[in-house]
Design a protein around this ligand. Structure first.
Ligand code: PLP
Length: 405
């Protein structure tokens, strides 16, 4: 008889968003006085850029003609040169030298962050930030790397608290160094963005200890301040210790279109083995690439028109972030993030538990947010507000929140 992967039974059952959904449905059933404004889930709302749509239409037509039809992509690791070269050049524009065969195009940073564990031993000790994007934790739990869930934490994970005291950037842990270290900057959920100096500390630590940093820069396009690296490879020494995950999801509105990429430098070796070669082997076996039409769409993001149009959408979200930050700060709340990220990390008033503040905003203001405690123990005392909403609705949400706190 088949036996299942018992690790799945240890997972605490997708607690956060299902529980939010349950509370929102229960409240909606009681005919709320105002329509709900949703500033909870991290999904984009602006349509694709015209340049991207044009590229998709053109590519779709090519697929309908015998001469230009494409089947399996046979170029490097299921990605077309036109896209890998465009990505390589975009790194070059920031003076980061990445070779095209260090770039792996995929259908999402979520799946890459989740699947990267395939190339590492299950014995590795994993460190995650707290609060954290839950994908890093749950995927390691599924593969047996997280130990047991004790109701709050996993016994084999090292949690790196990100709090007001350390400006939401983790300090090096005391004790033995973890093997795999997940860092996300600009951060989901806190909206904090690491400086080069902050990242350098971790790069040096990883190189000294033989650790690997798994660096998620899904939100790099939202960086608005200078001096904040867009890539960990802007930091000296990172090529021998880091893997970078990037995505078109938030930078170009591809959450429903699906395209991302992972960069693994050829210098990155552990136990004398190239991690680039291992990932290439893994992808070649388990993955057959992103649709041609979508790769053409992603390529269009790097054209002058594509850049200007996607920039306009990001500026739209960053303006929402500014409206939220200024409005809530003026009302006396303490608000972090929102400058280099589409997330605002808002301290609850008077130390109110985050689920209580969530409920208050839902019931009194009819605004849906995300309770910080859902992202890990150190998220208690905060809520996450997203800037991905409609601009007018965001203005109204801020007015409503201000009137009930
Ligand atoms: C949204 C998001 C991603 C992007 O995931 P895709 O699968 O590319 O849509 C990656 N990391 C974080 C932290 C995110 O919030």
């Amino acid at each position: 008889m088949v036996r299942i992967n018992q690790n799945f039974l240890k997972l605490p059952g997708g607690y956060l968003f299902p529980e939010i959904g349950r509370r929102v449905r229960a409240f909606s059933a009681q005919n709320p006085p105002k329509p709900l404004i949703r500033l909870g889930i991290g999904d984009v709302t602006q349509p694709l850029a015209p340049a991207v749509v044009e590229a998709m239409v053109k590519a779709s037509k090519e697929m309908g003609e015998k001469e230009t039809f494409r089947g399996y992509c046979e170029e490097t690791c299921c990605a077309y040169d036109f896209l890998r070269f465009a990505i390589r050049d975009s790194y070059g524009e920031r003076e980061v030298d990445i070779a095209d065969d260090e770039i792996f195009v995929s259908d999402g940073a979520k799946s890459d962050c989740g699947s990267i564990g395939d190339i590492f031993s299950v014995d590795n000790v994993v460190a995650v930030c707290d609060p954290v994007y839950p994908v890093y934790v749950d995927t390691n739990a599924m593969s047996g790397r997280a130990g047991e869930y004790d109701g709050e934490k996993w016994t084999r994970l090292i949690y790196l608290p990100c709090t007001e005291e350390n400006s939401f950037f983790p300090d090096l842990p005391a004790g033995p160094a973890p093997d795999l270290i997940y860092l996300c900057s600009p951060n989901n959920p806190t909206g904090a963005a690491a400086t080069k100096e902050q990242l350098k500390v971790w790069v040096d630590y990883a190189n000294a200890n033989g650790s690997v940093i798994l660096f998620d820069s899904a939100y790099e396009a939202f960086i608005s301040q200078s001096g904040i690296p867009h890539s960990i490879f802007e930091v000296e020494g990172a090529k021998t210790c880091a893997i970078e995950f990037r995505s078109f999801s938030k930078s170009a509105g591809f959450t429903g279109t699906r395209c991302a990429y992972t960069v693994i430098p050829k210098e990155l070796e552990r136990e004398g083995v190239s991690l680039n070669a291992l990932w290439s082997r893994r992808q070649g076996t388990k993955f057959n690439g992103v649709p041609y039409v979508v790769q053409r769409a992603a390529q269009a993001v790097f054209t002058p028109e594509g850049k200007a149009q996607t920039r306009a959408a990001i500026d739209y979200y960053l303006n929402n972030a500014k409206v939220i930050k200024e409005g809530l700060t003026a009302a006396g709340l303490t608000v972090y993030g929102g400058v280099n990220a589409p997330y605002l990390w808002v301290k609850t008033p008077n130390g109110m538990p985050s689920w209580d503040f969530f409920d208050l905003l839902l019931k009194k203001a009819c605004v849906v947010t995300t309770p910080g405690a859902g992202f890990g123990p150190s998220g208690e005392g905060y809520i996450r507000v997203t800037a991905f909403g409609d601009a007018d609705a965001t203005v109204e949400a801020v007015e409503r929140i201000v009137s009930v706190i």
